[in-house]
Design a protein around this ligand. Structure first.
Ligand code: MG
Length: 361
């Protein structure tokens, strides 16, 4: 089944509320979308969020990578030889994980549709539904408490709290106020997005432990490249540490696991370059019994649905942070996994299943 066409388009969706982390503030999702068409006429869709502060990918770089490098490299290849296509996709240029991810998921969508099966059933078929957490943006503490209570009111039982934006001093107070407001039964994950030094991380996490705040995990406390710092923090505290920005590739994951620089790994398709490499991280994690989370950037249903299929396929992905669709003001596309508050339920639609149309170029 030859790949006959690869086209790009644009997607713009308002968010329900501005999204604020230690790295950025965003109030609209502005992504590049991809359509891959096979000789059987079936279509596969992908999405690429330009998250320059994390991946380095911009709208312009994503368009250029797909149109000038990726499409010429794989057009005309037989998609049923998935390994050959994926190897070509990954070797046609270095880095550029976001455009690679968008094309990779569109290829997987088309590949599974051609076999008439939902993608997750071809990726391991581990579960048919699961729960995601929801992000609480970093803001003045009263606003974070209000947002947390609202999320709990919407049925979310796990909150991912963003901290690390304006110095470390206020962060313990933020988390304590949220814990007091939501009570003991809501799971709290803390994401510093590289906002602390190693020494600050240890001090803050130990303070949270001493206060008995019951934090499930702390995500990427230190800068991505500070692997020694990450390992130091992991060794000094009892709270599990999750590596996010520090792990893009399977090789990154192997290094982190080899020296136990973190307890868990956050897999995001936009960092791995798609499902093909994410499956390699899952395999490595399974061998070493390292629990994984599946996360997303600011993405709509199109690409979050692909991540949901990976999560539903892979047992080792025991935690989900797939709140992109929940953060959008609406869910405009039919088909694929159903995003209902905290619950994501897989559907029987073939492929990834999300149907989408726009102006294609
Ligand atoms: Mg993170």
């Amino acid at each position: 089944m030859r790949i006959t066409s690869i086209q790009v388009g644009q997607l713009s969706l308002p968010l329900a509320h501005p999204f604020k982390t230690a790295l950025r503030t965003v109030d609209r999702l502005e992504d590049i979308v991809v359509r891959v068409v096979g000789e059987n006429g079936a279509e596969g869709f992908g999405e690429a969020p330009p998250t320059a502060v994390i991946t380095g990918d911009t709208k312009g770089s994503i368009l250029c990578a797909i149109q000038d490098f990726i499409a010429p490299a794989i057009l005309g290849m037989d998609l049923m030889d998935l390994e050959a296509v994926m190897k070509r996709l990954n070797s046609c240029m270095v880095h550029n994980t976001t455009p690679k991810a968008a094309v990779d998921m569109a290829l997987y969508d088309l590949w599974a549709k051609t076999q008439g099966k939902p993608l997750y059933q071809l990726l391991g078929n581990a579960r048919t539904s699961f729960e995601t957490d929801i992000t609480i943006s970093v803001n003045p503490v009263e606003e974070m408490v209000k947002d947390s209570l609202e999320a709990v009111g919407r049925g979310f039982t796990t909150l991912k709290i963003k901290v690390g934006k304006d110095g470390a001093a206020a962060d313990v107070g933020r988390i304590a106020a949220i814990r007091e407001a939501v009570g003991p039964h809501v799971k709290l994950r803390v994401d510093a997005n590289q906002g602390w030094t190693a020494a600050q991380s240890v001090a803050i996490i130990k303070a949270m432990e001493d206060k008995g705040l019951g934090i499930e995990l702390v995500e990427q406390p230190v800068p991505a490249l500070d692997i020694a710092g990450l390992k130091f923090v992991t060794g000094q505290v009892d709270t599990p540490i999750l590596a996010d920005e520090a792990v893009f590739s399977p090789e990154d994951a192997a290094n982190i696991i080899a020296i136990h620089a973190a307890d868990y790994i956050n897999i995001k398709l936009m960092k791995t370059g798609g499902i093909w490499n994410a499956l390699k991280i899952c395999e490595l994690a399974r061998q070493h019994k390292v629990k994984c989370m599946i996360g997303c950037m600011l993405e709509s249903q199109i690409s979050v649905a692909a991540a949901a299929h990976l999560c539903a396929g892979q047992e080792i992905i025991a935690m989900a942070d797939l709140d992109g669709p929940s953060l959008c003001a609406s869910d405009p596309f039919p088909g694929g996994p159903v995003f209902d508050g905290p619950t994501i339920t897989m559907s029987d639609d073939p492929g990834v299943g999300v149907q989408f149309s726009t102006q294609w170029a």
